[in-house]
Design a protein around this ligand. Structure first.
Ligand code: FAD
Ligand code: EPU
Length: 339
């Protein structure tokens, strides 16, 4: 039987460590819980928010509806041949544990995404990506349940409309479905992807010349641990903004004015600018406003120095947006989901 709790503090359920209260709160551990919940009066009559690891959320106020913590567990291989295995994970599995499970079975494709916080169910939300790989590269399908009807639906890759930190679930279908499981098509004969410069130099300093998926995973873990703040030590949600994509004319113009501009050309001829570089060049690396700060090692990450409110972090993000726009004429977009 699902147990709906009232007035629950979410401080330990969001990696920013923001104190915010949910009017109602429920944790679901199996599909029966979900079926029961969807027929529950409180659920039907409330605004809903699904939460996994809370690592891409900023609470700027209390949530006056029902927070559903997705704790559905289980990983299994559902299909395989000599080359590939289709691995299905329930949405509540911890992402990094799932990646390690796959690596432990010698299944390749997710190793570059090691150590990303959060749960499997949120991974399609923004098509998580790092070090040259996005989940869309190995995504097979997901199963989701419509919150208003309880109907199960399968979404394939095309239907998910994946883009850079985007999917249909972040926009058109926002808050309409709960993702219950995700299936990935992983390789039994993996070719490692070391195209991202930092990976090859890390492998070199590890003394590895012919890397396998375990080595790439370890290299990624080493790089991430040295660059990104650990939410257990200082509250944050990873990159607060997306790296902006601009037309080549805009890039050329900026490059002429700022020769060190960090950017790379995309397949469509546009350029992706490193937002961390733009923020740093505004002199904001390490900048603090009250308890909210720009991280002093990675300017794309905003941090909670201890007692920040969500409003403080949000207002710092406004300040950063304004500074980048007035110096470079480039409008940053937030990556983190604002509640
Ligand atoms: P939550 O924060 O709980 O939720 C995020 C969104 O997804 C919310 O809108 C929520 O309503 C929705 N949601 C969650 N679960 C479900 C579900 N089952 N069904 C429907 N909707 C759901 N991201 C990257 O892409 N690449 C990185 O390299 C990266 N590095 C990070 C580093 C750090 C230190 C941190 C703190 C974050 C980083 N992130 C990164 C962001 C974050 O880890 C990912 O976005 C992750 O997928 C969020 O998972 P979560 O379970 O914590 O989601
Ligand atoms: N840079 C600076 N100053 C900074 C930060 C970065 O000049 O303070 C420059 C770096 O020198 C480098 C460039 O910006 O030239 C890119 O930096 P980095 O490799 O650290 O990656 P990023 O663009 O800042 C993105 C993702 C991360 C992902 C890494 C690795 C986005 C919004 N962020 O960060 O994802 O882990 O690449 O692939 O795309 C996240 O989404 O939460 C996240 C952490």
């Amino acid at each position: 039987m699902v147990k709906i709790l009232e007035n629950v503090n979410l401080k330990h359920m969001n990696t920013f460590g923001i104190e915010a209260y949910a009017k109602s709160f429920v944790e679901i551990e199996n599909t029966d819980d979900l079926t029961e919940l969807i027929q529950n009066k409180t659920f039907i009559n409330s605004e809903r928010l699904i939460v996994g690891g809370g690592s891409n959320l900023l609470f700027t106020k209390n949530f006056e509806g029902i927070v559903v913590k997705n704790s559905l567990k289980g990983i299994k291989i559902i299909k395989e041949d000599e080359e590939f295995a289709e691995v299905q994970s329930a949405a509540g599995e911890v992402w990094h544990d799932f990646v390690m499970w796959c690596i432990g079975k010698d299944l390749g494709g997710l190793e570059n995404l090691s150590l990303i916080p959060g749960c499997v169910g949120a991974s399609p939300m923004q098509n998580i990506g790092a070090y040259g790989v996005e989940i869309k590269d190995v995504f097979s399908e997901l199963e989701a349940v419509e919150l208003s009807t309880g109907k199960k639906q399968i979404f394939n890759k095309v239907q998910c409309k994946f883009g850079y930190r985007e999917s249909i679930f972040k926009y058109e279908l926002k808050n309409k479905f709960i993702i219950t499981s995700v299936t990935f098509r992983l390789s039994k004969k993996p070719k490692v992807n070391t195209s991202y410069g930092a990976i090859s130099s890390e492998l070199e300093s590890m003394g590895v010349s012919d890397p396998g998926i375990k080595d790439v995973s370890q290299a990624v873990i080493n790089i991430r641990s040295s660059k990104l703040p650990d939410p257990k030590l200082i509250g944050n949600a990873g990159s607060f903004f997306k790296n902006p994509e601009v037309e080549s004319s805009v890039f050329k113009n900026l490059k002429a004015r700022f020769s060190g501009l960090a950017a790379y050309e995309m397949e469509n001829g546009k350029y992706k600018l490193a937002a961390g570089w733009l923020i740093e060049k505004c002199g904001l690396k390490g900048y603090a406003k009250g308890q909210a700060a720009v991280h002093d090692k990675q300017a794309l990450v905003l941090v909670n120095k201890g007692k920040a409110t969500g409003d403080e972090i949000y207002s710092l993000s406004e300040y950063v947006l304004g500074a980048v726009f007035s110096k470079f004429g480039v409008k940053l977009e937030r990556e983190v989901n604002i509640i």
